[in-house]
Design a protein around this ligand. Structure first.
Ligand code: BT5
Length: 272
């Protein structure tokens, strides 16, 4: 990928201006940042009901959940965060993560014709490998209400040896270039589709919640029917993944047939 493939803030802005029903607070594209999520947590939108967008060509401290790192080499992926200020405090952040996965799935399907799967709660999966991830965070101590930041990382074109090394998934990570079968994946168009979709999601979320996204999420559920291990704050839970409930909690049936509702944790697939 050459430097001319940089994410173009002016094109992103004009694409968004054609279609979006919500206000855009600001769009910034940086050469290098520690983390786009961190930046937006520290620079929340000034007004309620408007979207602030931050993209970096490279992240030096890109982050995943629970203190993990997100590998973000220069111009090799899309590293995007959007911030939205709510007057109150939105509930159901797990479901917001799931809904963001649906937006990513739609965008990748419409722009690149690929059919991705979603692994609870935040993984974007193609061909049993990790293509991207979502990290939703809340700005603590915002002066009024709170600011939700939705961060999205999608691998676009990384060397094969890097893809094999960066992920703890058995088959490693994957990039859009391999999934789509061509090198010229337009990151500005992808950023546009994601900003539009996530902006619409955030604008309606306080009233509509997750319901409009649940059926589609279920149709792409990577885990359903598999034997899994859930690691969270307590003892490990072993069982069969049985979908999600209306709030986006993962349903697990243990060996005795008892149902468990998981709202946070790390899930791995067990060999059968
Ligand atoms: C995630 O965390 O998958 C959330 C990733 C969110 C990244 C975006 S980029 C823009 C925004 N700004 C940020 O600072 N973050 C967000 P988690 O489920 O915890 O997965 C992290 C794990 O994925 C790591 O421990 C590695 O095993 C693996 N990993 C790291 N980098 C990867 C990559 N580029 N591709 C695939 N897997 C990766």
């Amino acid at each position: 990928m050459s430097a001319s493939d940089r994410v173009d803030p002016h094109r992103l802005e004009s694409l968004l201006a054609r279609q979006c029903e919500f206000a855009i607070d600001r769009i910034e594209v940086f050469d290098r940042l520690e983390s786009t999520n961190r930046y937006l947590l520290e620079h929340a939108p000034d007004t309620d009901q408007s979207l602030r967008v931050c993209v970096a060509e490279e992240q030096t401290g890109g982050r995943g959940r629970r203190g993990r790192a997100w590998h973000s080499p220069r111009s090799s992926g899309l590293y995007l965060s959007v911030g939205w200020r709510y007057a109150g405090s939105p509930s159901r952040l797990t479901a917001l993560t799931l809904a963001a996965g649906v937006i990513i799935r739609r965008a990748l399907g419409e722009l690149f014709g690929i059919d991705i799967r979603l692994k609870w709660p935040n993984d974007v999966v193609w061909d049993q490998r990790k293509l991207g991830g979502v990290l939703v965070e809340l700005a603590a101590g915002a002066p009024r209400g709170c600011c939700v930041v939705v961060g999205i990382g999608i691998n676009v074109a990384l060397p094969d040896e890097t893809l094999a090394a960066i992920s703890d998934w058995p088959r490693g990570a994957v990039d859009l270039r391999s999934a789509v079968g061509r090198a010229d994946c337009d990151r500005t168009a992808l950023a546009w589709a994601l900003c539009l979709g996530i902006g619409r999601l955030l604008a309606a979320y306080a009233d509509e919640g997750f319901s409009a996204y649940r059926t589609e999420w279920c149709s792409a559920d990577h885990l359903r029917g598999t034997q899994i291990k859930v690691q969270g704050s307590g003892a490990d839970l072993l069982g069969t993944a049985a979908g999600i409930d209306a709030d986006g909690a993962l349903i697990v049936l243990d060996g005795t047939g008892r149902m468990h509702r998981v709202i946070a944790g790390d899930v791995s697939v067990r060999a059968t």
